[in-house]
Structure formats: C-alpha cells, structure tokens
Design a protein around this ligand. Structure first.
Ligand code: AMP
Ligand code: ZN
Length: 478
C-alpha cells in the first residue's frame, strides 16, 4: 500500500517517495528551553513520534533529528528575571523536556543537537551566505538574510503575498532599523557583554533562531531532507527562512521534500502558549492523568487537526483508552486458561483485516484517528469472543501480537505490557516469560531502551534473569 502525506509546500496529498531509496532523513524543530514544556509541545512531539514510528514500521530506515534551542531572547530574559546563568537555566529545562518526553513514550531522537554546541558550524554557514551575497552584515554587528536576493521565493511555504506577510507577521518579525528590508531575517545577532555571546567575524554575538535548524539538519541528516516537521505556527517565518538560507547555501532544491505541520492544542479554541498564559505544563497534566491517557488523547486526533484541551476531554480519552487496554488485559487473562485445542472463531482472518485497515488509515497521511476507530471495532469483536467462548491459546497469542505490533507505532499500551495480569501472585508460565522476552526484543529492535528495561526489570521482580548471548536471549530463575 502506498503512503500519502500532506505536503504544506504544495498543499496537496502526495505519495511519499524518499530522496534516497529506503533512507528517511527527518527533522523536527525542537523546543526553546526557557521553562517547563506545556501540553502543546507534547502534542507536536507525540504526533511526530508516531509518524517516525510508522515510517519505521513500514520498513524505512529513519534518521530522526530534533534540536534544542538553548540560547535565545526568551532564555536570556527568563534568566535575567531569576538571576540564573542563562546556559544553566537552559540546561535545566532541557533535562525537564527530556524527562517529559520519556514519560510520554516519545522515542529519543537519533540526534538531539543543542545550538550552543554548534556555534562554529553556524558561523561557517552564515559566512558562506555573506560570501554568496545573500546575507549582509551591518554596522551594528548583526547579519541579515537579504530577501531581495530571493524575492521570488517569498511565500513559498506560507503561500502568502509579501503584503499579506507584512501585515500578518506581527511580533515574530524582528523590527530593527539596520535592516535593508522589513522581511529580512536575522542570522547573527550582536550580544551585549552581559548576555551570552561568541566571537565571530561580525563581532561578539549569537545565532538568530532560524539558522540553527538549517545547520543541524544538514550536519546530522543531509543537505536535502525527506521530511521537515513542526507546528503550524512555524511555517512563517521560521520554515520559510530555513528554505531560503539552506537552498542558497547548498544550491540544491528542495531543502525538504515534504513539509508536515501539526495542528494546535487549544484551550477554548485558542492556541495553548506561554505568551498567552493559557497553558498547563506536561508535568501538571501528568499529575492528574496517566501518560497513556495523555498520549491517547493526542493520538486520537489526526495530527493536522486542532485538539481542544479540557479535563473532561482527557477523562473521556481515559475511558476510551481503557476499552483498548482492558481488551489487552482480557486477552492475556484468557490465555492463561486457554488450551491449544480451542476454536479460532475466525480471529486469524480478523487480525489480517485489522492489520490491513490499520495500514490503510495510517497510509492516508498518518490518520491515527481512523486507525483507532477501526481498532475499537476490532476490540468489540474480541470482547464478544472472550466472554464465554473458548478460543485457542494460539489464536489469542496471534491477537495479542497484533496489539503489540500496532503499539510499536501508537505507543499507548506501555502499561499493559507490564504483564502482571489481574492480581495474580503465582509466577509466570514459561510461555508468558517467552512472550515478555519477545516484547523486549521488539522494543530493543525499535531502540526503545526504556521499554526494554521496564520488561527486564519486571521479569527480575518475578525472579527471572535474562541473559543476552551470541545465540539470542536465555532466561533462568534466580
Ligand atoms: P516552541 O518552543 O514554542 O518553539 O515550540 C516547539 C514546537 O512545539 C513547535 O513545533 C511549535 O509549533 C509546537 N507547539 C507549541 N505550542 C503548541 C500548541 N499549542 N499546539 C501544538 N503545537 C505547539
Ligand atoms: Zn526549526
């Protein structure tokens, strides 16, 4: 089946064809770490995590890069308010972000580069743009990208006219009087002595926001990406700026073949954001709701649509999530009592059909909403079979493995894989142990070290030690 994605560049659904065979270079703009992240950030990173996981599920070799903006006006301002060193403050909130992502089951990017660790590369790229004549330095020690040099490309991603952009750009366009043209964007910003800064050919300063993403994506991915992602609000100016400076630098088009943008997490229909003050941090939300519910709440909407936040909506999500997780628990419970001789009740065919419809939905621009709707239909069928009828152990295992398989993509059932079904006190059967080892193998293959460790620890708690050897995994009782 063919994967189709919605490309902001063309505003069309397009067949997904990577530039380089099976390899997918994917870059997603990371957070600016001046505070704890809010649920809007979770929305973006969980959505792209599912996209990344689905590409791996389809067999692509995904290289996922997501940066950390650890120097920026907001970081400096916040540090000034609190009297903390800006770089230390950024470090603290980087760790907070990493912890939040771990809680939400967002896989660690293959590379998570920080701006402050890439200043020489940033200076090199800006220098090259100045040499090419697409950027200019001013008497104030700032360097700007010269939009007149790429006038025909203005609006390439935002699909707006210059007039529209000037009107709508508001506070996100820096208004400086040493610019030649209002839409020119800053590449290098001079820093006063009391703010973080690095020596450069243009004096002491720091990078503007946009340039970092061009540098990091090329440094760890490729001069041309397959997928570039971020929230809708990044289309202009951030992503357009990335396109202009990157294509000018490399002379190659397109900078990214597909541009994917997630919709907003809103409160009362307004975007959740720090600046509006209408936010709940991920940590606050996780105090009230388990990670699986929060993740399900996000995944149960198509990534391009907005999600309106409220506690009631999260409670609803929790109830819906339980319909799936209870089914998984019930299957595991039934497996304990099932015999090899039971009937299959057509469940083999049902799994084939459920897999087909899962892939069909996900191939349609990663439509997790539809995928989950189909899974609900499937769980109803399973539950009706589990109540009373005696399905064979083998077919139940097949169903369970299907849930594990799709959870490699959705990542919502983490808690269900902690195989302590019901309140059983007795030890695990050999089959259950093998099942857990298989789950751990799958997690390891997906580089989900966290989950792999959780499973290993769980086994250890039950008195089972696993050893990774040359010929695979072996287990024994302590
Ligand atoms: P920032 O740290 O503000 O640059 O945001 C990091 C990423 O989170 C960007 O891709 C934003 O578009 C995204 N983001 C921020 N707020 C929201 C929100 N309320 N809903 C969805 N995505 C958001
Ligand atoms: Zn970016």
């Amino acid at each position: 089946m063919v994967l189709k994605v919605h490309n902001t560049l063309t505003r069309e659904m397009e067949e997904f064809i990577p530039l380089n065979g099976n390899k997918v270079n994917m870059y997603v703009c990371g957070p600016t770490v001046y505070d704890h992240c809010h649920l809007g950030h979770a929305r973006s990173y969980v959505s792209f995590d599912v996209i990344r996981r689905y590409l791996s599920y389809k067999g692509y070799d995904v290289n996922y890069i997501s940066n950390i903006t650890d120097v920026d006006d907001k970081v400096i301002e916040r540090a000034r308010e609190s009297g903390e060193d800006p770089l230390e403050l950024a470090d603290r909130f980087t760790q907070s972000f990493i912890d939040d992502m771990e809680e939400l089951g967002v896989r660690v990017p293959d590379t998570q580069p920080r701006v402050t660790e890439h200043i020489p590369q940033i200076i090199e790229m800006i220098g090259a743009l100045v040499d090419k004549g697409t950027a200019y330095a001013t008497h104030r020690g700032n360097v700007y990208y010269d939009l007149e040099s790429s006038e025909d490309m203005i609006g390439i991603l935002s699909h707006q006219t210059v007039e529209g952009l000037l009107e709508g750009s508001g506070s996100r366009v820096e208004i400086e009087d040493d610019k030649r043209y209002q839409l020119d964007f800053v590449l290098w910003k001079s820093s006063p002595e009391d703010e973080p800064g690095w020596e450069s050919p243009w004096g002491r300063g720091r990078p503007g926001w946009h340039i970092e993403c061009s540098v990091m994506s090329m440094g760890y991915g490729s001069e041309q990406l397959d997928i570039h992602g971020g929230g809708l609000d990044l289309i202009f100016p951030h992503h357009e700026a990335e396109i202009l400076q990157s294509e000018s630098y490399t002379g190659k088009q397109p900078f990214s073949r597909y541009w994917l943008h997630n919709g907003f997490l809103t409160i009362d229909k307004e975007k959740m954001s720090k600046s509006l003050g209408n936010f709940f941090t991920i940590k606050e939300v996780l105090k009230k709701f388990p990670p699986s519910t929060v993740r399900f709440f996000i995944v149960n909407t198509h990534y391009r649509n907005n999600i309106d936040y409220s506690e009631e909506h999260l409670e609803e999500a929790g109830r819906a999530y339980e319909r799936i997780s209870n089914t998984v628990t019930n299957i595991k419970y039934a497996m304990e009592y099932a015999s090899e001789e039971g009937d299959d009740f057509g469940l083999y065919e049902d799994v084939v059909e459920a897999r087909r419809s899962f892939i069909e939905s996900m191939d349609e621009d990663f439509n997790t909403r539809d995928a989950l709707a189909n899974i609900f239909v499937f769980t109803r069928k399973i539950n009706s079979i589990l109540s009373g009828k005696k399905a064979s152990k083998e077919v139940l295992r097949n169903v369970l493995e299907f849930f594990m398989e799709i959870d490699q993509v959705l990542g919502i059932l983490k808690e269900s894989w902690q195989l302590s079904s019901g309140n059983r006190n007795e030890g695990l059967s050999d089959e259950e142990i093998e099942e857990l080892i298989k789950l751990r193998d799958m997690a390891r293959n997906e580089k989900d070290w966290n989950r792999a460790d959780v499973i290993r620890d769980e086994l250890k708690e039950k008195g089972i030690i696993i050893e990774d050897g040359k010929d695979g995994v072996r287990w024994k009782y302590v």
